[in-house]
Design a protein. Structure first.
Length: 383
């Protein structure tokens, strides 16, 4: 469950039929990566002007346009840091009242910089980013040192470092723990069975301290998709217990690896790689099962559009780079060819994703080529 779920649920169901006649919704996406505040403000100002010029109802509404611009820039000025992208959603009236404004820092760069003013929010890109990025807690677990990071898009932030204070007796046997590889690849350590039991008891105690912090701060946090743990070989004996405890106490999917890590950058790189490998295998398995039900599997843009318009799609599979010009009606129906009272859009992929989610279906964005036939396919609920 990625970070934008709550916002999407709020904005997706802004029913155009319930909006007052003089009320409109503005959606704006800007690339802010490696740009100065001045460049960002110039870009926002340019897109706002484009949006005003395209919207007939805003002609000669200088007071309204001024109110929108001032409200947007007031929100921007309150921001200290910009990430990969910025999304702005604003509700306004033709009297110049600003009913609400949502300013969202995006952890991935928008596919297109664009503005849309109409009776619905254009949430396609937010939905897209929400389905291709993942948030995870990443834990580097050593004998008496644990570093806990939040990986959010391209950000990798140290949240907590945990180290227990040790009395002399405990410190001696913890410091002596230096496992060596024996015959058959089995790790051994000196000190006899009694000392080994003390060491294992200490490691369990230390890991419980780590889980206590995670549980008190992140249990029930729907923005966390995974907990990725890289532990030293000292913890090999309890690797299964670590996985079970994370599932039970935090209720988040655990990815556990016995692997030496050198530094923060390597930790981030490995964590991202392991999540991608896990999701690739998961998506491949779901897709293979979908293809086996041939009568419920469709695999081109026309069939997918027809199916989504009839609310048939259970699982949508779409390539990360999928793009297709098409047409959309005000009632949300999507087509590959022009139909009466439809408007042309650059990419119906976003529109299809949005509609599938609205209908309670699931979306699987695939980075790998060749897994699906073409760019898009779907498993149907029924024929």
């Amino acid at each position: 469950m990625a970070r934008y779920d709550e916002l999407l649920n709020r904005l997706l169901f802004e029913d155009p039929s319930k909006l007052d006649e003089d009320t409109y919704l503005l959606s704006l996406y800007i690339d802010t990566h490696s740009k100065s505040r001045s460049q960002i403000e110039t870009s926002i100002n340019s897109f706002l002007k484009q949006g005003y010029e395209k919207k007939e109802v805003l002609k000669k509404k200088d007071k309204v346009k001024k109110a929108i611009t001032e409200r947007v820039f007031k929100a921007i000025q309150g921001q200290d840091v910009f990430k990969r992208g910025l999304a702005i959603y604003l509700k306004f009236t033709l009297e110049g009242n600003i009913d609400s404004l949502e300013l969202v820092h995006l952890h991935a760069t928008p596919k297109d910089e664009e503005i849309y003013i109409g009776k619905i929010y254009d949430l396609d890109q937010l939905i897209w980013i929400n389905n291709v990025t993942r948030d995870a807690l990443v834990i580097h677990l050593e004998i008496n040192d644990a570093k806990i990071y939040l990986m959010s898009g391209s950000d990798f932030v140290l949240l907590k470092e945990i180290e227990l204070e040790l009395d002399d007796d405990v410190r001696s046997f913890v410091n002596e723990y230096n496992p060596t590889r024996g015959r058959g690849g089995i790790f051994q350590s000196g000190g006899g069975k009694s000392m080994e039991k003390k060491r294992r008891d200490f490691l369990r105690t230390f890991f419980n301290e780590v889980i206590k912090y995670v549980k008190s701060n992140y249990k029930g946090d729907s923005s966390i998709d995974y907990i990725v743990i890289f532990h030293s070989t000292a913890y090999d004996f309890m690797s299964d217990d670590i996985s079970k405890k994370v599932k039970r106490d935090i209720v988040v999917t655990p990815l556990i690896y016995s692997q030496g890590i050198k530094g923060k950058n390597e930790l981030q790189s490995y964590a991202k790689k392991k999540i991608e490998e896990f999701e690739r295998a998961l998506k491949r398995d779901i897709l293979v099962k979908a293809k086996k039900k041939n009568e419920l599997y469709v695999k081109d843009w026309d069939d997918v559009c027809e199916s989504v318009n009839m609310a048939k799609i259970e699982n949508l599979f779409i390539a990360l780079s999928a793009s297709k010009e098409g047409y959309v009606k005000d009632n949300g129906l999507i087509y590959t060819q022009p139909v009466t009272e439809s408007r042309k859009v650059k990419n119906i992929a976003h529109k299809i994703i949005r509609k599938v989610l609205e209908q309670g279906g699931k979306v699987y964005v695939l980075k790998e080529k060749g897994l699906i036939d073409g760019e898009i396919s779907a498993q149907l609920r029924f024929r």
